[in-house]
Structure formats: C-alpha cells, structure tokens
Design a protein around this ligand. Structure first.
Ligand SMILES: [Zn+2]
Length: 131
C-alpha cells in the first residue's frame, strides 16, 4: 500500500542520482555542524540543500537533471577516484603504492622485497623504489 503510494508519487519523476545522494550527505553534515556553537545558521543552509535535493528528485525535466548530474560527476570525479584509491591503499597490506615520477600513474609493488627496479606500465619509465 505504502510502496504503491510512493511508486505513483515518483512516476514520471527524475528520482535519485549521484548528485542527489551527495546533496543528502551534505545535508546530514550541515545538520550535524549546525549543532555546534555559532553555527546554527547552517541549519538554514541544510534546509536549502534538502529542498534543492527534493526539487531535483521530483523534477520532470530529465534532460536538465541529467546534465546537472554529469557536471557534478565531472567535478567530483577526481575526488571520488582519490577516495577510492586511498581506500584501496589502506586495505591492501601486501603492496606499497606510489606514483610514477614520470607520468603520475599509480603503481604498486609487493612489500618487503628491499630496493627493486620498477618499470611503469603506463609510460615505460624505469626507476628504483623501496618496497
Ligand atoms: Zn609512468
């Protein structure tokens, strides 16, 4: 019954995407921060963010919303990749990660092999690295 109601409510509406998820997280962060002294004003900013998020989800202008989301992904892409890379590095205890000094590509070597020569699989440059 309730699910039916929501399905009808969202019919023909844009719904959620990565940007709407980001806005929701931003809303929660702002609400938490607004609990701190002198930051009460942030609860209004949070409300504005939430309203914008809801507006996007209930919008019927799919083309515009998709374009916004694409712009958001283009801006957030490097940050998202950085966070994913940090998580991989943190979880992978078997390898040491570093960037190629020549092209900046992420490379990994097995840990505990002493000094080894690495060749970059992206640009082919060779260099010495502690593992
Ligand atoms: Zn390289």
């Amino acid at each position: 019954m309730l699910m039916n109601f929501f399905r009808k409510l969202m019919y023909g509406r844009y719904g959620s995407d990565q940007l709407s998820f980001f806005l929701l997280i931003l809303y929660v962060i702002l609400i938490l921060l607004s609990g701190l002294p002198h930051l009460g004003i942030l609860s209004w900013v949070a409300l504005a963010v939430l309203l914008w998020d809801l507006y996007r989800m209930f919008s019927r202008r799919f083309d515009r919303r998709r374009a916004e989301n694409a712009r958001f992904l283009a801006m957030a892409g490097p940050a998202i990749r950085w966070v994913k890379m940090r998580r991989t590095i943190h979880r992978d205890k078997e390898h040491r990660y570093f960037r190629c000094p020549n092209c900046g590509q992420y490379l990994r070597v097995p840990r505990g092999k002493g000094k080894i020569t690495v060749s970059c699989r992206n640009c082919g440059a060779s260099f010495e690295e502690k593992s």
